[in-house]
Ligand binder design. Structure first.
Ligand code: SAM
Length: 269
């Protein structure tokens, strides 16, 4: 077996990447992430036929190489997600939407490759009493948004679906697509994906929403950034609407017009 030698990422080069990441996405990469970063960028060095990080970082620093900097952000963000992650949230969402009569607009605010937004869509399709509902889903990473729009996933990922939901809401792949499934067209049409950086001001046309999922992304931000992001999002949540955050996350100490109604679920007062 041939072991590829991993070129060294110097202190200065790593600091440049850390700073770029925090400036663009707000994400703090700890010093302990250096090897991980080098590993994730290796394939890019090979594609560009560059021998080491010195050359690559110099390339990134050139003002004209904006699209390459975007690509690095894409490669360095953590996009881990799965269907019905933190299932109690979806149980509660189902109960809550069943109690609503008016239109329901939902936002998956760090949607990654779409599993969260489509889990919301299936929950609404099963439980909403109104036919007037829609989901807006956004992320910083263009790579994951492309996958989300495709809506094709390996069949193993449907293991956590409630009984019958795969059959009712998805299409099983045949031929070349054996072993995968696609979210059905009716649900795909309910979900609109867009690129949106939570670190920036929100476009005026976003919202207002009845439900916002902001899960497993706050952990990457500094406290001031986290607070600013949550304030902006709460500004787009209707009174009586719900904000869901990840179970490992907290809004403790932020003076926000929110009431805790379930673990990591808040109602806008
Ligand atoms: C770990 S995934 C969480 C996905 C999903 N919400 C869940 O709970 O499974 C975090 C996502 O946040 C996105 N993200 C990171 N920083 C962001 C920012 N500043 N603006 C928008 N999205 C961001 C990443 O691209 C990634 O897809």
């Amino acid at each position: 077996m041939v072991h590829r030698h991993l070129p060294k990422l110097s202190d200065g080069e790593f600091r440049y990447l850390q700073q770029m990441m925090v400036e663009v996405s707000g994400i703090h990469m700890a010093d302990s992430k250096r090897m991980l970063v080098a590993g994730r960028l290796m394939s890019r060095l090979r594609e560009l036929d560059q021998g080491d990080f010195y050359e690559y970082v110099n390339f990134l620093r050139q003002p004209a190489n904006q699209s390459e900097r975007r690509l690095v952000i894409d490669l360095l963000t953590t996009n881990e997600t799965y269907f019905f992650r933190e299932p109690k949230h979806f149980d509660f969402l189902g109960e809550w939407v069943a109690s609503q009569r008016g239109p329901i607009h939902l936002w998956s605010a760090a949607s990654s490759s779409g599993e969260e937004a489509y889990s919301m869509a299936m929950t609404l399709a099963e439980h909403a009493r109104t036919p007037h509902w829609s989901i807006f889903a956004s992320d910083l990473s263009l790579r994951v948004l492309e996958r989300a729009r495709q809506a094709i996933y390996p069949l193993e990922q449907s293991a956590q679906f409630p009984a019958g939901w795969l059959q009712r809401h998805c299409l099983r792949g045949v031929g070349d697509h054996e072993g995968s499934f696609r979210i059905g067209q009716a649900l795909r049409h309910r979900v609109a994906f867009a690129e949106l950086n939570l670190m920036r001001d929100l476009p005026p046309e976003v919202g207002p929403f009845n439900v916002i999922f902001l899960r497993n992304v706050l952990i990457y931000f500094s406290n001031p950034d986290k607070r600013a992001i949550v304030e902006r999002l709460v500004g787009r949540l209707r009174p009586g609407g719900l904000l869901f955050i990840g179970h490992a996350e907290s809004l403790h100490g932020f003076p926000l017009p929110l009431r805790n109604v379930r673990p990591s679920v808040f109602e806008r007062v």
